[in-house]
Design a protein around this ligand. Structure first.
Ligand code: AMP
Length: 493
């Protein structure tokens, strides 16, 4: 028996219940090219997830669904595929899962038939009570097909006793907790939902008679849609006879968007709270420079994540900004990691030092964030090996000490360097001459706030403070996962 189980484990990877998803969502209403525009939108959101992508469309009679592993550009690039997705309504999803194996059935959007008709659901974020809800639903007889927390939302919608789909959705979201942004569709309605604190992003765009609900404004730009506004926290938006309607079923709260969208996650050209992520990041860099009295020959960014903050830092200080590291743009996350043996030969897979720039220079190396320290450790070593005189590391966000449960992939506390080491110890670990982080006050200042409101912070900033706006029900250890025994599959069906 034991032997058999071992064999099975070898053959199939058993899924972890704690699948963390970042993801990008896109939905469009009332346009003949719905699935092509959705594919373009997903392409602009590719940075939010590269593991898989999918589109669901409705052609007036039937729903259609296509899901694939890998990048949007490699999968939804041909007429042949897009022809399989006819109709004037479509939603799409880019998936990024960080733990567990890979199964196409976990790739979204999900689709279900309910007694009010079909519904497609694309979800960005993480529910903090998904396992608890799932266990309850299973006890009540529900059958789960995937390991994704998004299926819990679908089940709750299907189970609702209300008659109209929009009412079923309201019913369902009263049960879920966490950070979530949803793009959903029925036969003639596009629906967007943002969690009560607005942790995950969702914006509204307009293209002629169509509405678009998507994770970032860069997905509007690519199809020429006009940015209308952000979906408010706790708001449900939907289209009805080509008009935009809004519902706010939750008791009002002040918005607390996730700070990591500003620091790292969103594409630099996307607009967050009135400014591009690029501007925000430059401001973080400038503020970091203001808090720092170090002089150097050049400021070098860690490409691409540190580009904007390094520029802001350099401009503030009046030090030359130079590209001391060159990035290979053909290394995606889907690239197979080299074996330890090859890695130890020093293959510079993603980045290489730019010798002419760094030789004999005192360098300020700037990145947006430091998580496990792997990136900084490797780069500092590389710069010294290439002849740098001094390497000083500057991080344009505070020390990450607490894990995330709302949809950003940060590791457990054990792996977070700043949760376990002092700044001096981290500096020693990455072998830098000096290390400095942006202060928490500085971060808020750079975003235009006088200071952090400690009673009701303006942002979801638990990474640095441990202040979690939504309780982590599943992580309290009260609920044992009893039914997550789904095995991964490598087949494409
Ligand atoms: P580490 O190498 O573990 O210290 O991670 C820091 C690097 O990863 C920085 O270059 C960041 O831009 C990048 N990074 C930060 N957060 C994330 C995330 N959630 N997913 C992937 N990369 C990240």
């Amino acid at each position: 028996m034991k032997k058999n189980m071992k064999k099975q484990k070898k053959k199939f990877k058993i899924y972890s219940p704690k699948i963390k998803e970042e993801c990008g969502v896109f939905g469009i209403s009332n346009t003949p090219d719905a699935s092509t525009l959705t594919a373009l939108g997903l392409h602009a959101l590719q940075h939010r997830g590269q593991e898989g992508c999918g589109i669901v469309s409705f052609d007036g009679e039937k729903y259609h669904s296509e899901k694939r592993f890998g990048l949007v550009g490699d999968n939804f690039n041909k007429e042949k595929v897009l022809k399989k997705l006819p109709g004037k309504y479509a939603i799409g999803h880019n998936r990024y899962s960080t733990t567990g194996g890979t199964a196409l059935r976990n790739v979204q959007p999900f689709f279900a038939d309910t007694n009010a008709g079909g519904i497609g659901v694309a979800h960005n974020g993480n529910l903090t009570n998904a396992i608890t809800l799932r266990n309850k639903l299973v006890q009540e007889g529900a059958i789960f097909y995937t390991t994704s927390d998004t299926e819990t939302i679908v089940q709750l919608i299907a189970k609702s006793k209300r008659t109209k789909t929009i009412e079923k959705i309201v019913d369902a979201i009263f049960h879920i907790q966490g950070g979530y942004a949803l793009a959903m569709m029925t036969q003639n309605t596009l629906i967007g939902v943002r969690d009560p604190y607005g942790i995950r992003p969702l914006v509204i765009g307009k293209l002629k008679n169509s509405y678009v609900f998507t994770s970032e404004t860069c997905a509007l730009d690519i199809i020429g849609a006009k940015f209308v506004r952000e979906v408010e926290n706790g708001e449900i938006v939907y289209t009805e006879n080509d008009e935009l309607k809004s519902l706010k079923p939750f008791s009002p709260k002040k918005i607390r968007p996730c700070i990591f969208e500003y620091i790292y996650f969103s594409r630099p050209d996307s607009i967050l709270n009135g400014k591009t992520a690029y501007e925000h990041r430059k401001n973080f860099g400038a503020q970091l420079a203001e808090e720092d009295n170090l002089e150097a020959d050049i400021v070098v960014p860690v490409p691409d994540s540190g580009n904007a903050s390094a520029l802001g830092y350099a401009q503030k200080k009046g030090i030359s900004f130079d590209l001391g590291l060159i990035r290979n743009h053909y290394v995606g996350r889907t690239f197979i990691e080299p074996s330890q043996k090859i890695r130890s030969l020093g293959v510079k897979l993603k980045l290489n030092s730019n010798l002419s720039v760094i030789k004999n220079k005192k360098i300020i190396l700037v990145d947006d964030s430091l998580v496990r320290g792997t990136t900084s450790h490797k780069i500092v070593k590389m710069l010294y090996e290439s002849g740098a005189k001094e390497v000083h590391v500057r991080i344009a966000s505070p020390e990450i000490k607490y894990p995330d449960f709302y949809g950003v992939d940060t590791p457990t506390k054990k792996e977070l360097l700043a949760a376990n080491k002092s700044v001096k110890e981290i500096c020693d670990f990455i072998n830098a001459k000096s290390l400095k982080y942006l202060t928490l006050d500085g971060l808020y200042k750079a975003m235009g706030f006088e200071k952090r409101n400690d009673t009701y912070p303006q942002l979801t900033d638990h990474y640095f403070t441990g202040d979690y706006p939504v309780k982590i029900i599943d992580e309290l250890g009260k609920d044992k996962v009893t039914q997550l025994s789904l095995l991964s599959t490598t087949s494409n069906n």
